[in-house]
Write a protein that binds this ligand. Structure first.
Ligand code: ATP
Ligand code: MG
Length: 360
């Protein structure tokens, strides 16, 4: 056998379909969430008969399929009928009533949004939706800074089913009576996956994403064990991707235990969940901050530039300030000192009782 026979050529890849490892990917089926999906579907069902639906509050820890199960339902709904609008809003991205309603305008392809106030926009949205009926998925709804939009939907949309998603049940008891008495949701908990279920989900994803037969068994097992221990399938999918990239980087034709180990090592230093709402630039900035813990903002910026970052200092500062506002990093002002005032940028660390980046 030649020296290079076992090496991956530069035009070859271990990935068959890398998109299947992206956060946006919705698999054809969502195994082990059939009961949950049936429960949610039963709340939507009355809409098919021209009646209003029921509301449902979905909660459970991070990375357990809440979002993907609901998006999958919306996708099926869109396949089946044009009479029921399928509206998904992430209230972390769109965290005020104004932004939520703008996002609804977008989803409904309503373009005349300029210079309109929130209530004017809602009126337009209401008119469009009330010609039909609608399913609203309000994901991460506990991140919304105000709930006027929810009140308006409850009051002014006639035929609807509202699915609300959060990580903890506690949010429900914080609702004021104006909203809770109108919402009256059913409650559905997404429980943790067993180890066999975790294995099933990750193995299926490997099938979607990788060239067949390139994973060593012990590498898969290592990632399944880690994912099960950390109770987060999002992490598992990230590990699959990372391990594949690491194996490719060393031109290996197989993904081995050491690649899985290396991927796990990286994951312990990186934020995962927060990443799905960040653009590339934010991700790069966050990554630089994590690689330069507790550094002055000027030093972090230099490091960012060295890593190929293209934004100017002012934009960089603005982006960091926004990450701080979203609790992804912490900023500490240090007054005086040899170089005058400066800001220290800290990564938000994982730890008990503290919000970790993977928990957003
Ligand atoms: N049963 C499943 N089948 C296939 N993929 C799954 C399943 N459960 C989770 N996943 C995948 O795991 C990742 C995380 O799932 P998802 O985004 O739905 O988590 P979540 O419960 O909404 O978490 P969070 O509270 O952090 O938003 C996604 O990439 C999703 O496709
Ligand atoms: Mg989610």
């Amino acid at each position: 056998m030649g020296l290079f026979d076992n090496m991956l050529h530069s035009d070859q890849s271990l990935f068959k379909n890398e998109v299947a490892l992206s956060y946006e990917f919705i698999p054809k089926t969502i195994p082990f969430r059939e009961n949950e999906q049936h429960h949610i579907a039963s709340c939507i069902k009355p809409l098919f008969d021209g009646r209003t639906g029921r509301n449902i509050f979905v909660f459970g820890p991070s990375g357990l399929g809440k979002t993907v199960a609901c998006k999958h339902i919306l996708a099926e709904l869109e396949e089946q009928t044009d009479d029921i609008l399928a509206l998904y809003i992430n209230c972390w991205k769109h965290n005020t009533s104004f932004k939520v309603i703008n996002a609804l305008c977008d989803a409904l392809a309503y373009r005349f949004v300029q210079n309109k106030k929130t209530n004017e926009l809602f009126s337009a949205v209401r008119q469009i939706i009330n010609r039909k009926s609608a399913v609203f998925v309000l994901d991460e709804v506990d991140k919304a800074e105000d709930l006027d939009f929810l009140y308006s939907i409850l009051e002014e949309i006639y035929k609807k089913a509202i699915i609300l998603i959060t990580n903890t049940r506690a949010w429900l008891s914080t609702l004021d009576s104006r909203i809770s008495s109108r919402l009256m949701p059913e409650v559905l908990e997404f429980r943790e996956y067993s180890k066999a279920e975790t294995n099933g989900i990750l193995s299926e994803r490997i099938g979607y994403a990788f060239v067949p037969g390139i994973w060593d068994k012990d590498a898969i097992q290592r990632i399944v064990d880690e994912t099960f221990m950390r109770k987060d399938v999002r992490l598992g999918i990230y590990l699959l991707k990372e391990a594949g990239s690491i194996a490719e980087e060393r031109s290996s034709r197989r993904i081995e235990l050491r690649d899985a180990e290396a991927a796990i090592g990286i994951s312990e230093r990186t934020a995962i969940k927060g990443s799905d709402r960040l653009d590339e630039e934010d991700r790069q900035i966050l990554h630089t901050i994590e690689s330069n813990p507790d550094s002055k903002i000027g030093d972090v910026y230099r490091s960012y530039q060295e890593a190929g970052g293209k934004k100017g200092y002012k934009t960089f500062q603005r982006r960091v300030a926004r990450l701080a506002k979203d609790n992804m990093v912490k900023l500490e002002r240090i007054a005086g000192g040899r170089e005058g005032n400066t800001t220290i940028v800290k990564a938000v660390r994982k730890g008990r009782g503290e919000k970790s980046l993977t928990e957003f």
